[in-house]
Design a protein around this ligand. Structure first.
Ligand SMILES: O=P(O)(O)OC[C@H]1O[C@](O)(CO)[C@@H](O)[C@@H]1O
Length: 557
């Protein structure tokens, strides 16, 4: 027996790379060899029609992937062997599948209908979810209508969300995505960075009397957020020339930590609650979405939640052959394991999705950037990829060169919408066909490329032929929807949430903890006083000690 064979299986599981299903996939991969998408399409004229799925408003084309029917069968066999469905059902039932934190994972309860019953520790959590949504709705309407006024009686014109990570990226992304649905007389801004420049730029042109701060922090201990919130409070009180009694009309909190909120000086009556079974990166459809709800209104927020729920139900009930999150998760596992793909690009063809990939970075990389399995054993296979990307047309004139002719395998998702957003200036609507033509052209070029023969036939000099050849065979998924509505946004986000879930389940890692962010926080706390006093440099490594000394010298200390 080899050392690898002797590795204990997590939760009694055979290590993934020791399963017959994994071995079958490896063998199949060798058999496929250098098979080209050109051949796959030539062999099956129906491929474009057969390799598509529909979930809600999302039409998902996976024909341009390096897979055959046999690959898909083998991948689904892997999902069965690793009991993805079992873990999924346990998640939906409210079991504590986040084992390292001993927590349930129930973001799906945040969008469950009012009459659903989902229990954690024997208690139905759905009524509390809806009570908070209702409270958010009342508050959002008061701010939108001007009924909620600041300390001096002026109506609120700007909402500033202060949060970081999951308490920032979700609402900030969704606010951008749904801009055409937002109230035009109300501005919403987002402050996350502990670099004071972030808050400075956000408030420099604001009137304190018309500004509402939303302090968003699940734990209410995150140093960046508490620091920014404290500075914002100072700015407010200075601007108003008022005492701390003014805080109540200008600060609300979104948190699971009522004590922390009260300690900060925010009235807990102005706190919107959520729960430890909502992960930060899965939280923007909880109270964390308050800034978004104020911007788009409770009704559109509800529509977004319904979009999430639609995909939750699809993931929970659709058979494996039609299950879109399962398919997308499996494709990622396939490329990571058998093509050594290290990265995954998400390339939206919509200006409004400009922050979507940044949001997905946390969702995916904080969830699946793990190297031990659920029992703490090192994993012997690739886990989460580097997720990156920006809106596609801009990328075409920047980094697409590497996608087309570089040496790396980078599967990519292309996301586009048939309709331009509703309130686009009429003159700009005509540009939409050009946008979509690019959207379709790029996946075509990536898949099929251009052979040396084709290049030579155009009369290109022989020495330039290699430079102008496109080998193609770059895998892509295309997600096409009618238009970018709140529901479609919810559907898209839930699709990625569950894709990430599928991959974590197969890789046998805990996708819901994030211990990897802790060490840096502890070290920063240790280093901060050294920067001020210069005492304690001897405890630092020689590189950091030199850098700290240089910093202090530059600051004149
Ligand atoms: O909402 P909080 O508790 O301030 O945390 C913000 C973010 O910080 C993290 O804990 C990482 O440090 C994320 O998981 C989380 O989304």
């Amino acid at each position: 027996m080899s050392e690898l064979d002797a590795r204990p299986g997590a939760n009694g599981r055979t290590p993934l790379d020791r399963t017959p299903e994994w071995a079958a996939l490896g063998k199949h991969r060798s058999e496929l060899g250098e098979l080209h998408l050109r051949e796959l399409f030539a062999a099956d004229p129906e491929r474009g029609r057969r390799y598509t799925l529909q979930v809600g408003d999302l039409h998902v084309d996976y024909a341009k992937h390096l897979v055959t029917d046999r690959t898909l069968d083998l991948l689904r066999a892997l999902a069965e062997a690793t009991d993805v469905a079992g873990l999924r059902d346990a998640m939906f039932r409210g079991e504590k599948i986040n084992t390292t934190e001993d927590r349930a994972v129930l973001h799906t309860a945040l969008r469950a209908p009012r009459d659903a019953v989902i229990e954690v520790d024997g208690e139905n959590v759905v009524p509390a979810v809806h009570a908070v949504l209702d409270k958010m709705g009342v508050f959002a309407e008061k701010v939108r209508s001007g009924e909620w006024t600041g300390h001096t009686g002026k109506r609120i014109r700007t909402v500033v969300n202060i949060g970081i990570g999951g308490s920032d990226l979700g609402p900030a992304m969704a606010y951008e995505v749904l801009r055409s649905y937002t109230a035009r007389d109300l501005d919403v801004r987002f402050v996350s960075n502990v670099d004071g420049a972030d808050l400075h730029e956000a408030v420099r042109d604001l009137d304190a009397a018309e500004t509402l701060f939303i302090v968003a922090s699940k734990t209410f201990t995150t140093i960046e957020t508490i620091t920014n919130a404290t500075s914002a409070r100072d700015w407010l009180l200075t601007g108003l020339r008022a005492g701390t009694d003014a805080v109540a009309k200008h600060f609300v909190a979104l948190s699971t930590n009522a004590e922390g909120v009260a300690d900060f000086g925010i009235d807990v009556a102005n706190m919107f609650e959520f729960w430890d079974w909502v992960g930060g990166r899965y939280s923007y459809d909880s109270a964390i979405g308050l800034s978004l709800m104020i911007a788009i209104g409770p009704e559109q927020f509800r529509e977004m939640l319904d979009g999430f729920h639609l995909v939750d139900e699809h993931f929970r009930t659709a058979p494996p052959e039609q299950n879109v999150p399962l398919l997308l998760g499996l494709l990622g596992v396939w490329y990571g394991a058998f093509f050594d793909a290290q990265a995954h690009a998400v390339l939206p063809y919509s200006h409004y999705l400009s922050k979507f990939t940044a949001y997905l970075q946390q969702l995916d990389m904080e969830s699946n950037g793990k190297s031990v399995d659920r029992d703490g054993n090192p994993v012997g296979w690739q886990t989460g990829p580097v997720v990156w990307g920006t809106p596609g047309t801009n990328g075409q004139h920047a980094y697409y060169q590497l996608l087309h002719q570089g040496t790396k395998v980078i599967p990519a998702d292309f996301i586009g919408f048939a309709e331009p957003v509703a309130d686009l200036l009429p003159g700009l609507v005509a540009q939409h066909d050009l946008l979509l033509a690019n959207f379709f052209a790029q996946t075509q070029a990536l898949a099929f490329g251009k052979t040396p023969e084709e290049v030579a036939a155009e009369g290109v000099p022989a020495e330039l032929v290699p430079h102008k050849t496109f080998k193609g065979n770059h895998p892509t998924t295309t997600v096409l929807a009618g238009s970018l509505t709140p529901s479609v946004l919810g559907q898209l986000v839930a699709l990625y949430e569950h894709k990430v879930f599928v991959q974590g389940a197969i890789w046998n890692i805990d996708s819901f903890d994030q211990w990897g962010v802790e060490l840096g926080k502890v070290l920063a706390k240790r280093i901060e006083p050294v920067l001020l006093t210069g005492e304690g440099t001897e405890a630092l490594d020689s590189s950091t000690a030199e850098l700290v000394a240089r910093y202090r010298a530059l600051r004149g200390r």
